[in-house]
Design a protein around this ligand. Structure first.
Ligand code: FDP
Length: 280
């Protein structure tokens, strides 16, 4: 596992350089979800794959930017699903973006996730590693230095409601309105990594990306985005659900499957579960 964390650190230093100097334009290609890939998405994917290929303990990898699983070492122990540069369309407006890594054993599914890492590229570069607990490191002079352990409070103050509001179910709209009416503040940049990082570091709140009339199964990808952050939130004493059950109980039938998802501290997630149980 330490080799994998080192590999992620190495890749992140290169991706930071790429973000600072690379072309933010579109490529000619689409990924399997139908998003037009940016040149930065493709270049960061290559950086990560090239480094993971040198690690003997990795059995196979799958990237959000690629159609298929790439088998690396038959006797390797770990499977890694990663989103090389989540929110990459925000680089041209100079907002924060991130990489997400889910580390699995045996299968690419929720039951098999054993660790998760994400890296935020903002004014600073920070890496958050969830194994038994959740530890944050910051890049300083070329090295990642331990900063703090992250734990969520029981209740937070932030509300980050994703997706198209005109496609929300009326009960979902009511839930979000009620949360704002209770005094929560809106915090939503459109980058999942910095938005979830903010809620983790400010003690709590709610990030939601529900099923909508245009996307009944949500937008966020299970293996690359939802399960890794669900693992992190649970290890930080928070919760992650699909509206009805733990996100880490959602079944995966295809590596690029999506799911509705809600991440937050206990008070807000219990509120989501109650409303969805009544209406869903
Ligand atoms: P993006 O499309 O820019 O890659 O991964 C999908 C994602 O960004 C998340 O980072 C972000 O939270 C979400 O989409 C934003 O979607 P909406 O604009 O639909 O809320």
């Amino acid at each position: 596992m330490q080799d994998i964390i080192k590999a992620i650190e190495e890749a992140s230093i290169k991706i930071k350089e790429l973000i600072e100097t690379g072309d933010t334009g579109k490529s000619e290609q689409e990924n399997s979800t139908g998003d037009t890939q940016l040149k930065l998405d493709i270049a960061s994917d290559v950086i990560i794959e090239d480094i993971f290929k040198t690690i003997p303990s990795i059995k196979a990898i799958v990237s959000e930017e690629q159609e298929e699983i790439v088998n690396l070492n038959e006797n390797g122990e770990y499977l890694i699903a990663y989103d090389p540069l989540d929110g990459s369309s925000l680089v041209d407006v100079n907002l924060s973006v991130g990489s997400i890594y889910g580390i699995y054993k045996d299968n690419f599914d929720a039951k098999s996730i054993i660790a998760s890492v994400y890296v935020v590229f903002g004014p600073r570069v920070e890496m958050v590693v969830a194994i038994d607990d959740v530890k944050m490191y910051r890049l300083k002079k070329g090295k990642f230095e331990f900063i703090q352990t992250i734990t969520l409070d029981e209740k937070g103050k932030l509300n980050a409601p994703g997706s198209r509001q005109n496609c929300w179910a009326p009960f979902h709209k009511q839930l979000i309105d009620d949360i704002f009416n209770d005094g929560y503040r809106l915090r939503y940049s459109g980058g999942m990594v910095p938005d979830l990082h903010q809620i983790l570091l400010k003690g709590g709140g709610l990030f939601s990306y529900p099923g909508t009339t245009d996307r009944p199964k949500g937008k966020l990808r299970q293996l690359f985005e939802v399960f890794p952050f669900a693992y992190t939130y649970e290890k930080a004493n928070g919760q992650a659900v699909d509206g009805f059950k733990r996100a880490l109980e959602v079944e995966t039938t295809h590596i690029h499957d999506t799911t509705p998802c809600f991440f937050g501290s206990n008070t807000e997630i219990n509120r989501v579960l109650e409303v969805y149980k009544k209406n869903g």
